[in-house]
Design a protein around this ligand. Sequence first.
Ligand code: NAD
Length: 274
Amino acid sequence: TSVPNITLNNGIEIPQLGFGVWQVKPFETKAATLAAFEIGYRHIDTAQMYRNEQGVGEAVAESGLDRGEVFITSKLNNGYHAHDDASKAFDRSLEKMGFDYLDLFLIHWPLPDIDVDFVETWGALEEIYASGRAKAIGVSNFQPAHLRRVVQEGTVVPAVNQIEVHPFLTQDEARAANTENGVATEAWSPLAQGLVVESPEIAAIANAHGKSPAQVALRWQIQRGDIVFPKSVTVERIRENFEIFDFELSEDEVAAISALDKGHRTGPNPDEFN
Ligand code: NAD
């Protein structure tokens, strides 16, 4: 029951299940991340915007784990899309975490209507990648049209595109565009911020397997091949969300969960968010 790795398009391996720390308060982040490490998580998803990178770095330092045993992702904050701002913001992330490299660094949002073109921002990430200070670079919340521009106009193909995906927003089109371009899909808010536990369909499947609705929703994503990092600050739930490799959903169950799609976003529409 160990977490499988996914090989990204540059050969770097990422654990398919990680721990997300959005909305984990800065002062709680070190403890929550240490709890996740204790349970067995080796992949943490943070961002400059979450204001808790330092807690993640402190947890890595205190965990006794080697830097190479953990996979750490951060993301560029929205105010720093200009080339030089992006480089400096990346350096500040390393400093806050006390690392000399990140495993993965993402453009957090495309911001299609601001005066800096995200292709310029991508150029800054390509330089960071070339310097070896990020083992992989990628994007987040990129719609298929945004992704195609980066692929066509850039020199490095993003390793991942981190987008909102859960049973109520299955993202068939965006996931297909990622796959066509050799880009792995990371599914954010995999529990739809907790909403999945209210679904009677998911509850029925959960009962049939003696698992919880959250476990079933995460298992559905694992079997579809996406990378996930559910968030919780409750140790029992952090553990529950990790115990998803001792059962398997049938093809019919996967299809039944996919059929719950209703285009429901918990977050902003990336085309409109600037
Ligand atoms: P999530 O879908 O992981 O849901 C988390 C919430 O679900 C918790 O706060 C809790 O209320 C509930 N929950 C957690 N475990 C549960 C369990 N076992 N049973 C019942 N309820 C449970 O939500 P999220 O935090 O929005 O998303 C996960 C991660 O995705 C974030 O921490 C962050 O790393 C990433 N993310 C990225 C973006 C982006 O723009 N790139 C946006 C949102 C989230």
